[in-house]
Write a protein that binds this ligand. Structure first.
Ligand code: NAP
Length: 447
């Protein structure tokens, strides 16, 4: 991919890119089927992605008519990178086997290595014969909703398609690589005012938060809504806070350090709870929750904003769901997309039904939702929450940081981009939106 890297960095025209041959191998971060049981018996926290993630050459898959090859300039670490690398809750090779049974093109994915990564920004370098809206040379970002648009169940809302998958997690050929293979309907225009790394970190987390809060497929937030946000400076939470502020809501951010409290204040989130300083113990032991702690948590929120939250933005799961259901306002909504601390959830159902609350599920975003979210970033209404970036060779170290909650916002990975800060093609727009706003998480991390 060296020729593509040189050409892109030197601003080559589409014709020059089209004339370059796509190599039959490329550099990628991947896990191996033969390692899938390597952590058996090891506690989750001790499973080390540095032992399971490899970076090396892999063969280039064949291109289907509805697909594009993208030269990946940058990508990002998502929590699904963590899940894949520690083979929890399941090794991802089962997903690849299932996809492999679906069709001839699907069979390409069922390999003994799984190229990971569900975000990417780069340049289209070849398109299949059925691709209409994209061409070689287009600068793009990639969303991770992978659907077969010839399946009737994928229409209306493609997240409800029978064969919906997350690219780079439930499919092979993900974004943590110098090259990726995507369906044309995963492509969106790269915001011209952002660097490659700033562009690459948004699609997965921002679109997920958008569907959870803004789209009418989940919580349908309105102006004035009070929204309790767990992990408010994390991948999902950092976009959720911005979406609430941008939509005229009132965010209540929960974080776990004074440093993160400070960052939230800088973002304009005035109501903040430091869960570590408050030392909430929602679980007395492994089996018993403590309602008095839920009450103390609820009081904390009322002390800050005077009311219970209309919406609770849930993803930590087992550790927090009892408190989330309790804290939501009468008639309120708990919107959940994950369960980092455990997926066997317990809550007191009396607080749900007697107070007419609802739990709404959400998962990534359909193409329309991802597109609208990308538009908000492109217009400068929502900023990337890139805090630090790494080279592709350091994917395992960066994944380990996310696994251990030692990061803020998003971690970017430079793939073909040879240095930080490249890729801005509209500096005037960047200046208009404001360097300080765009780089808030990067500057905070640097302090
Ligand atoms: P992240 O960057 O690690 O942020 C999560 C934040 O949650 C952390 O920063 C932490 O913040 C907080 N947290 C972690 N454990 C907690 C606990 N036990 N109690 C309270 N807060 C806790 O991860 P992310 O990218 O936001 O993803 C979060 C989860 O959502 C992951 O499980 C991920 O797989 C999932 N996810 C699902 C989708 C989907 O489409 N369904 C999309 C994206 C992510 P503090 O320590 O500061 O409180």
């Amino acid at each position: 991919m060296q020729d593509f890297q040189d050409a892109i960095v030197n601003g080559a025209k589409a014709e020059e890119l089209a004339a370059l041959p796509v190599p039959d191998h490329y550099r990628a971060a991947y896990v191996r089927r033969s390692d899938a049981m390597m952590f058996e018996g090891v506690p989750s926290n001790d499973k080390d992605p540095r032992l399971s993630i490899q970076v090396g050459e892999v063969p280039t898959p064949e291109l289907a008519p509805d697909e594009a090859y993208v030269a990946v300039m940058a990508s990002s670490i998502n929590f699904n990178t963590v899940w894949t690398s520690i083979f929890e809750p399941l090794p991802t090779f089962g997903f690849l086997e299932r996809l492999g049974r679906e069709s001839g093109w699907g069979a390409r994915h069922n390999l003994d290595h799984h190229v990971i990564g569900s975000d990417g920004a780069g340049v289209v370098i070849q398109v299949g014969s059925a691709v209409r809206n994209w061409k070689v040379g287009d600068q793009v970002v990639i969303h991770c909703n992978y659907v077969d648009d010839q399946d009737p169940s994928s229409h209306n809302d493609s997240m409800k398609a029978a064969n919906q998958r997350i690219w780079g997690y439930e499919t092979n050929f993900g974004g943590l690589a110098d090259l990726t293979l995507v369906k044309a309907n995963q492509l969106m225009p790269k915001p011209a005012h952002l660097t490659w790394e700033e562009s690459a970190v948004n699609a997965l987390c921002a679109s997920t938060s958008y569907r959870m809060l803004v789209s009418n497929n989940a919580a349908t937030m309105k102006q004035g809504d009070i929204v309790l946000i767990w992990g408010a400076t994390g991948g999902l939470g950092s976009y959720a806070v911005q979406l609430v502020l941008n939509g005229g809501g009132i965010p209540v951010g929960v974080v776990s350090s004074a440093d993160k409290v400070q960052l939230l204040k800088e973002m304009g989130c005035e109501a903040v709870i430091d869960r570590r300083a408050e030392d909430f113990r929602f679980w007395r032991d492994e089996h018993t929750q403590d309602e008095s702690e839920w009450r103390r948590f609820g009081k904390c929120i009322r002390d800050l904003v005077g009311e219970d939250p209309d919406i609770v933005f849930e993803h930590p799961g087992r550790q927090t769901m009892g408190a989330s259901v309790f804290a939501a306002k009468r008639g309120g909504t708990i919107v959940t997309c994950a369960a980092t601390s455990g997926y066997m959830i317990e809550y007191d159902n009396r607080h749900l039904w007697m107070k007419l609350k609802q739990i709404v599920s959400s998962h990534f975003a359909n193409y329309g939702e991802a597109w609208l979210m990308n538009r908000l970033i492109d217009r400068g209404a929502i900023q990337p929450t890139l805090s630090a970036s790494f080279d592709l060779d350091q994917v395992a170290d960066a994944t380990r940081l996310v696994h251990h909650n030692e990061h803020e916002g998003k971690l970017g990975i430079r793939c073909l981009s040879p240095a930080p800060g490249l890729g801005i093609t509209d500096p005037e727009k960047r200046a208009r939106i404001g360097e300080d706003r765009i780089t808030m998480f990067q500057r905070h991390q640097a302090v």
